[in-house]
Design a binder for this molecule. Structure first.
Ligand SMILES: *[C@@H]1O[C@H](CO)[C@@H](O)[C@H](O)[C@H]1NC(C)=O
Length: 378
């Protein structure tokens, strides 16, 4: 259940308990086993087991109260922005991640608050891009190549490997990819919040819009927690009367409460009476909603949902449910709303949909353009 080496679902809650446990172990209530157990070591073992179980019980019961008293723990678990994996990536050097046609720069959504951004040009420009600076990269926006604004999920940075692999796929299909770290993530300033993530996304979007000509399509792609940011952003854009050309949601959920209830972290508490009060209300108390299920009723642009059936972090049924809501949304009627499931046998799980050899066709079908030449088409 708790895979330590997986940045998107690691068991941070349990880590700090060990010293505490040891101490209580010494004064624990299992004394009777120690007293009469000397000649019979088996009894000692039973005593130890009893003690263990008692303490697990103490821990199990105290965690909900700790969370309720310190709701900020829940915010940390939702954002996981303090987990930088791998930690040694220099975000100023996208080349280290094999991105030889990417420019790193910083934008200021608020005075004094800088966020780190990467712009990857379409792969066919990679030779031309060698040694070029920001002004050259900016000038490439004037071509007709479409632009994808990528909103990443929790944990890690814009340099995370599964993200970089997707930028490579999208750029090989002829798209610009623009991605950034929200405030509080990576080398960006500030601390995380849902409102902050959404304003950062809006800032990068507006920055792009100023540089693109009217004919250049601008798509928004969110992954995981980033799908919540994406629907917030697109709702804002639609409210102001300028929807983007399309919205792509990779492994989305309906809203953060439903996602938290279905997350592997919640497995041992999900059926506990008061789960909502202890755990979910603590998330809401931090003003974290990510209400994609509501947002789809205010969005009017083509929507594509991608979800792997074996996704353990954001379960498949949540993506399916969001799709059902989107396909019944009045604001979306008259727009394409597509859903593409990836069977478990493909093992794409939560973050490997970029590996799908079908992705180029899925995207060109959805964007309504002829498939572009790829390097590895066989
Ligand atoms: C630079 O990147 C492009 C696009 O990913 C790739 O096709 C090319 O082989 C790379 N060139 C070098 C020298 O690594």
């Amino acid at each position: 259940m708790r895979k330590r080496n997986n940045p998107e679902d690691s068991g941070t809650l349990l880590d700090r308990r060990d010293p505490d446990l040891k101490q209580r172990d010494r004064q624990g209530p299992g004394g009777e086993a120690g007293g009469m157990g000397k000649p019979f070591s088996r009894l000692g073992l039973v005593g130890k087991m009893k003690r263990m179980i008692l303490w697990l019980l103490v821990v199990y019961v105290s965690i909900p109260f700790i969370v309720k008293l310190c709701p900020s723990i829940q915010a940390k678990l939702v954002f996981l922005n303090f987990m930088r994996m791998p930690d040694f990536i220099d975000l100023k050097r996208p080349l280290d991640q094999g991105l030889n046609h990417t420019h790193n720069f910083y934008l200021e959504p608020e005075t004094g608050l800088k966020i780190g951004v990467w712009h990857t040009v379409p792969a066919q420009m990679w030779r031309e891009a060698q040694g070029k600076r920001g002004d050259w990269y900016d000038s490439t926006f004037s071509s007709t190549h479409s632009v994808i604004l990528y909103l990443h999920g929790n944990a890690g940075t814009r340099g995370g490997d599964h993200r970089v692999q997707l930028y490579k796929v999208l750029s090989s299909l002829g798209h610009h990819v623009v991605t950034f770290d929200y405030r509080g993530w990576g080398d960006s300033d500030g601390s995380p919040s849902e409102g902050g993530m959404t304003s950062d996304a809006l800032c990068v979007y507006d920055w792009l819009k100023q540089r693109l000509n009217d004919k250049t399509p601008l798509y928004i792609w969110g992954h995981s927690l980033g799908t919540g940011v994406a629907t917030n952003l697109v709702r804002r854009l639609c409210d102001r009367g300028s929807p983007p050309d399309a919205l792509i949601l990779e492994s989305p959920f309906t809203n953060i409460r439903e996602e938290a209830r279905n997350h592997p972290f919640s497995m041992v508490y999900r059926y506990l009476p008061g789960f909502d009060w202890f755990f979910l209300d603590a998330i809401t108390a931090n003003n974290i909603c990510f209400a994609s299920d509501e947002n789809v009723n205010h969005i009017s642009c083509p929507v594509l949902i991608l979800h792997a059936e074996d996704d353990a972090v954001v379960p498949f049924h949540l993506g399916k449910k969001l799709y059902n809501m989107a396909s019944q949304s009045k604001s979306l009627s008259g727009h394409k709303v597509h859903f593409v499931p990836f069977p478990s046998a493909l093992a794409y799980r939560h973050k490997f949909i970029y590996r799908s050899p079908e992705l180029p066709n899925i995207l060109s079908d959805f964007f309504g353009s002829a498939p572009q030449q790829t390097d590895d088409s066989t």
